[in-house]
Design a protein around this ligand. Structure first.
Ligand code: URA
Length: 226
């Protein structure tokens, strides 16, 4: 048996350039092993998904542009540092994305958060917008779009379209999720090549019911219902 602090799992090949994964450490894999386990209690599922969400949000903030900012320290010296260029807001895709809001608030105090509800239209089978609420100045903000699972990508792509119709350019959206399918990533990145995706793990694929494999099952069920 060998002991290492890096996971033995390799990232899939041909990941689109605008996809950023968390560092694939053994610690991260241990967290994913817990949340994937069907025997994990709801309390532990919440605790460990929250830990991953925090890492994802921190990584998302690494991709926001900064501008020079000089401050004076209590010693009287000047420090030439940086500050974030613009303001941000979160937008959660209901309902599972709401679970990521607290993680964003922990890192960005009093951050504005919008919401968007997309469901399958029973007639057309296409994703349809049912509800949205955004900060009135969303067009001038960077948007962290929150949804834990990128499976087929249908809802997330619809959410980006809605944000664009509110005046948010693609380049100012960062989509954050815990687990992605390669199929969903490919479709999403072909459609929105300038948008960044921060994902914790890229899984093997989708099953016939569009669940991510190996995945973790239904995120919303496990977080809210067990
Ligand atoms: N949503 C989930 O909660 N799980 C999946 O595997 C896919 C979409």
């Amino acid at each position: 048996m060998s002991i290492t602090n890096h996971t033995s799992k390799a990232l899939p090949e041909n990941i689109p350039p605008n996809v950023i994964t968390l560092p694939q450490t053994a610690q991260l894999e241990a967290l994913y092993t817990i949340i994937r386990d069907k025997e994990t209690s709801r309390g532990d599922f919440i605790f460990y998904t929250d830990r991953i969400i925090r890492l994802l949000v921190e990584e998302g903030l690494n991709h926001l542009p900064v501008v020079p900012r000089t401050v004076e320290t209590p010693t009287g010296a000047k420090y030439e540092g940086v500050g974030f260029e613009g303001r941000i807001c979160g937008v959660s895709i209901l309902r599972a994305g709401e679970a990521m809001e607290a993680g964003l608030r922990e890192v960005c105090r009093s951050v504005r958060i919008g919401k968007i509800l997309i469901q399958r239209d029973e007639e057309t089978t296409l994703p349809k917008l049912f509800y949205s609420k955004f900060p009135s100045d969303i067009a001038s903000r960077y948007v962290l779009l929150l949804d834990p699972m990128l499976a087929t990508g249908g809802s997330a792509m619809k959410a980006v379209e809605v944000l664009q119709s509110e005046g948010v350019p693609e380049e100012r959206i960062i989509f954050i999720n815990l687990i992605s399918s390669p199929e969903g990533l490919k479709k999403f990145c072909e459609r929105f090549p300038s948008l960044k995706i921060i994902t914790g793990w890229i899984d093997e694929g989708l099953n016939e019911k569009a669940y991510i494999i190996p995945g973790l099952g239904d995120f919303g069920e496990r977080r809210y219902c067990q």
